[in-house]
Write a protein that binds this ligand. Sequence first.
Ligand SMILES: Cc1cc2nc3c(=O)[nH]c(=O)nc-3n(C[C@H](O)[C@H](O)[C@H](O)COP(=O)(O)OP(=O)(O)OC[C@H]3O[C@@H](n4cnc5c(N)ncnc54)[C@H](O)[C@@H]3O)c2cc1C
Length: 339
Amino acid sequence: MSSPLRVAVAGAGVFGLASALSLARAGAVVTVHDPGLDQSNASAVAAGMLAPLSEALTDPTVAPHLDLLMAAQDLWSDFAATHGLELDRSGAVLVGDDARRSALSAAAAELGVSLPAADTAAAPALAGKGARGWGGLRVPGDWRADAADLRLLIQAAQGLGVTLVSEPLRPGEQDLLVVATGASRDFLDAAPELAALTPIRGHILRYGALDYQGPVLRGPGAYAAPSRHGLLVGATMEVGEGREGVDLEVAAGLAVQAEAVFPGLIGRAWTAAAGVRAATPDGLPLVGLSANPGVILACGARRNGWLLAPLVGAMVAALALGEAPGPWAARLNPRRFAT
Ligand SMILES: Cc1cc2nc3c(=O)[nH]c(=O)nc-3n(C[C@H](O)[C@H](O)[C@H](O)COP(=O)(O)OP(=O)(O)OC[C@H]3O[C@@H](n4cnc5c(N)ncnc54)[C@H](O)[C@@H]3O)c2cc1C
């Protein structure tokens, strides 16, 4: 009888955990290493939006990949049910003035989608009186997870026998290494493909006293999303900024920008958090075999790490077992930026 595959996963963000869960379910002996286990990573501060269409309509970088984003979302119902995560299916409303709504409607039509008008009065605490003249377009297919449920993924992994440790990884103790270290370049020698990553810091604000339930509201330059711990308002895209931690000046700038979109926020108290996303030039992550044998990459999720996690986890497990990684492998090939 052959002994089970021993896999070390570096990184306990949503990519590392989704990979560990799929690997453990496939029978591998998995250890997740993360020196920052008790700190907040990008996964923990995210808004948790699982929003293929809104992302394709508002982020030109990922617009060509709507099919992939939708395929990733398709895996979420099972993933959430299996690991006990709640899925909010309230959808999203793209808010803005006539010009913005026309542009979004036209972009949606090009994708073969029609966006019905939405009643923004459904969010009076946010709309405030300054929002008069604005309107909304409904995106019913957007979903949302709660980033606080990262801990449920940790518990689920532990329940499947995955060991989580804060000690650094010792090479040679595993058959396979999965690099899921977000924006970090610590494993550049083991996985030279990480050179394609650019850090993009993101600040997000939490209005703890605002208990908004309903669709995510996405305006120009700011969104407002419900969460279990208050309203989340995000997010900055600080390209090239890899420093961790909150910069209060940047956070205050986001608050001003958000108040212009959602006047109901004016005068409300907020706290800020920040995380560093990792991004590739085409907006898609690096998922697949490194040029270095025995190394699999799972990083570079940009704005869609939560959305993509179940897909990435499944691909990592398939690759580890020597199985076909599925239809998205070429697009996510980590070696696609090699010179
Ligand atoms: C403000 C904000 C809002 C966001 N909103 C959304 C959203 O609504 N929807 C969505 O889908 N995505 C969202 N994202 C993006 C999403 O959070 C990221 O794409 C995703 O969390 C990346 O997950 P990851 O596991 O690759 O990286 P991370 O979550 O960064 O985890 C990487 C882990 O690797 C660990 N690590 C680093 N170096 C080492 C090492 N040498 N050894 C071991 N471990 C190491 C770190 O400690 C960290 O825990 C948002 C991001 C931000 C910042």
